[in-house]
Design a protein around this ligand. Sequence first.
Ligand code: 0CH
Ligand code: SF4
Length: 335
Amino acid sequence: MDQTANIPGAAVKPILKVLLAGPRGFCAGVDRAIKIVELAIQRFGAPVYVRHEIVHNRFVVEGLEAKGAIFVEELDEIPDDGQPVIFSAHGVPKSVPAAAQARQMLFLDATCPLVSKVHREAERHYSGGSHILLIGHAGHPEVIGTMGQLPEGAVTLVEDAEQAALVQPPEGPLAYATQTTLSIDDTTAVLDVLRARFPHMSAPVKGDICYATTNRQAAVKAIAAQCDLIVVVGAPNSSNSVRLREVAERAGCPRAVLVQRGRDFDPAMADGLGTVGISAGASAPEVLVEEVVERLRERFDVRIENLIVAEETVIFNLPRPLRTPSAGRPVAAAE
Ligand code: 0CH
Ligand code: SF4
C-alpha cells in the first residue's frame, strides 16, 4: 500500500512494476580489473597509471582517480617516475607491453583472462598456418588488442553480415575469433554467412563470446516481452551495454534506453507504463542501478521483481604480484 495514500493532500503515486534482469552489472573480469587498480595503489602508492579506462564506466574511473589512479590513452603520456602502469580489461596489442618493457616500466595486466584466451587461440591458429577472421567492431580497444597479437595482415576484421559476404581472405586455411562482448544473434548471422562461404574455417574451442555477455543478453531477452520500457545502465562507449539495449528492443520491448546513471534518467519516461525492466552492462556498478530505481520511486509506487536466468560463480585470480600482501616491487608483472 502506498504510504502517501492516507495523508490528506498527498498525491497517490501510480503503481509501477520494475523487473530487474539477472545477471546484470559487474562480471568477474571487471571485478578483477578494478581490484588490480585498487591493490596496486595500496601496494605501490599513488599515482598508479592506467592505460585506457580500466572498464568503460565514468563512475568507476572517477572513483579510482579519487584513490590515486591517473588514466592515460598511451604510454608516452606517462613520466619515468617508477610508478606502475596497468593495462585495461579490454586487452592491449603486443606492442604495448613491449614498449613498457623497453622503458623498464613496472606494468600489471588487467586484461580479462577470457580476452587473453582469445589472444592465445588466435596465436595458435596463426602459428598453425591459418589466416584469422576477427568478428568485432572497428576501433574498439579489444579489437585493437586482439589484432595486435599478430603481425600486420594476419587478421582481417569482419564487422557484420555484409562484410562477411564480401571479405576476400588470402588463400589457405582460415580460423575465426570474435570480440567477447558481441550480440550473440548478430554474430550467429555473420557466422552463417562465413561458414557458407568457408566451410572449413576453424572455430574457437568454446566460442569467444563470454559467459557474462551470454547471461546478460539472455536475461534481457527473458524480461523483454513483459516490459514497456527497458533501461540499460551503462556507458555509450561500453560495447556490451550498447548490445544489451539493442537486444532488448529486438526481443520485443517497444523501447529501450541506455543511461549512465540516475541523474541521466527522466522517470517521466515511464508515465502511463505498467512495467519497466532494468539491466546493466558488465562495467556498470549496482549502485547506479539503485540510482535509476530511486528516480522511479520519486514518481511511482515501485514494486520490484527479479527475473534471474543464471547464477554466476566465476572468479578470476589476481596477477601473481598482487596475490600476496607484500611481495615487493615486481620488475614486470604481465600475466
Ligand atoms: O563492453 P566493452 O568491451 O566496451 O567493455 P566494458 O564496458 O568496459 O565492459 C567490460 C568488458 C571488458 C573486456 O571484455
Ligand atoms: Fe571478461 Fe566477459 Fe567481463 Fe569482458 S565481459 S571482462 S570477457 S567476463
